[in-house]
Design a binder for this molecule. Structure first.
Ligand SMILES: O=C(O)CCC(=O)C(=O)O
Length: 371
């Protein structure tokens, strides 16, 4: 090793500071983004100046699904809109979903209070063990990322809830009860959505194996905290990624930041108060044999407002093998993805910098190569 490759004590100290997260870093007031968070120019967001504010370029109105309409005469039309949204955007927004406003507001609010706790309290949950029931951390994959993201997170395994709840944070004192209510209600919403998704794929049935497996499946809640950033045009809250699960139900506060890749352009999703953003995950892309798209998304930060989001990732049990639904496969539609399990995914993401859609790409079968 050349002497220049040896980390000096100053560099080691700096790195330790970044491992403590963005909230900690911002504690003493920052006027510039440290180089550790500066993304290469082509990966940076495009901001334009309007209304004297620097804003992301373009906003996108995702298809809005009124869940209440599924229980009336418009059901076939709503199912078609869901299918089109999953094929075109991989995303839609849901209103009238049945969750009381208090449940989601309380969740955002108690998560805000969690991130305001002293670092010593938050860091009790810091671990590099990807299978830990609770994991506090920063960036995307802090042990692998070369450039860091402007984000701290708290990850909570949530199903089966009685197995995991005893590990969840006890501070703030109402955290467990409010987050548990939220977890149960998002799980119910997910189960309702599974039925709708299977119907939109025209593969719903009486004793559907997939729906039953998903009901017993995994749930991971990811609470994201994006503190205000002095130079938001230089960094990202989250890098481009797709979600590994079947569906993600995303709750955000009223601060915009989520962008999705649509026709090769990054577009910002307009938050609708009280709504959920729902997106197709890798497992649903595989299960639908490529009909529904797990789309890349990323997060921008801003210079004035902190942002909190809660992504609830739902899928098959961690022990299941995910494959294209046999009901969607025939001679003309051969399987386009290899069977995959969760262990393979974990091994893949912990062995490299998890960026873009690498994992899903690695599961694709190229039929041109099969003669
Ligand atoms: O904060 C957001 O809007 C998106 C979060 C996200 O993509 C994730 O947690 O995977």
């Amino acid at each position: 090793m050349s002497p220049s490759m040896l980390a000096t004590p100053v560099v080691v100290e700096e790195n330790k500071k970044y491992q403590m997260g963005v909230k900690h870093l911002c504690g003493n007031g920052l006027t510039k983004v440290p180089s550790k968070y500066i993304w290469p120019e082509p990966d940076r967001p495009i901001f334009t100046k309007s209304d004297n504010l620097i804003k992301p370029k373009q906003n996108l109105k995702l298809p809005i699904i009124d869940f209440a309409e599924l229980f009336g005469p418009n059901r076939p039309q709503v199912l078609r809109t869901i299918a089109e949204a999953c094929e075109t955007y991989g995303f839609f927004q849901v209103v009238n979903h049945g969750m009381e406003g208090d449940v989601s507001r309380n969740m955002i609010e108690v998560c805000k209070r969690f991130f305001e706790l002293p670092y010593e309290e938050r860091s009790k949950y810091m671990t590099s063990d990807m299978s830990a029931p609770v994991r506090y951390g920063t960036s995307f994959n802090q042990s692998k990322d070369n450039v860091f993201c402007w984000r701290d997170f708290l990850k909570l395994l949530a199903h089966p809830l009685p197995d995991y709840l005893p590990y969840w944070p006890t501070s703030p004192s109402d955290f467990r009860s409010l987050a548990a209510t939220y977890a149960k209600e998002t799980k119910e919403m997910f189960e309702m959505m599974v039925k709708v998704i299977l119907e939109s794929l025209e593969i719903d049935g009486e004793d559907d194996e997939a729906a039953e497996e998903l009901e017993q499946g995994s749930q991971l809640m990811v609470v994201n905290c994006y503190p205000p950033c002095p130079e938001p045009e230089l960094t990202l809250g989250m890098p481009p990624h797709s979600d590994y699960g079947f569906l993600t139900l995303l709750l955000q506060d009223d601060v915009e930041g989520l962008q999705i890749l649509f026709r090769d352009e990054w577009v910002t999703v307009d938050p609708i108060p009280g709504s959920f953003v729902v997106n197709v995950g890798d497992h649903l892309e595989i299960f639908s044999n490529g009909r529904y798209k797990s789309v890349l998304h990323r997060v921008l930060v801003n210079s004035t407002k902190p942002r909190i989001s809660v992504a609830s990732l739902h899928s098959f049990p961690f022990t299941s093998v995910v494959k294209p639904s046999p009901k969607l496969i025939d001679k003309r539609n051969p399987p386009r993805y290899m069977e995959t399990d969760f262990a393979t995914f974990l091994q893949y993401v912990s062995s490299r910098e998890p960026k873009w859609k690498n994992f899903l790409e690695s599961r694709k079968i190229d039929h041109r190569l099969i003669i």
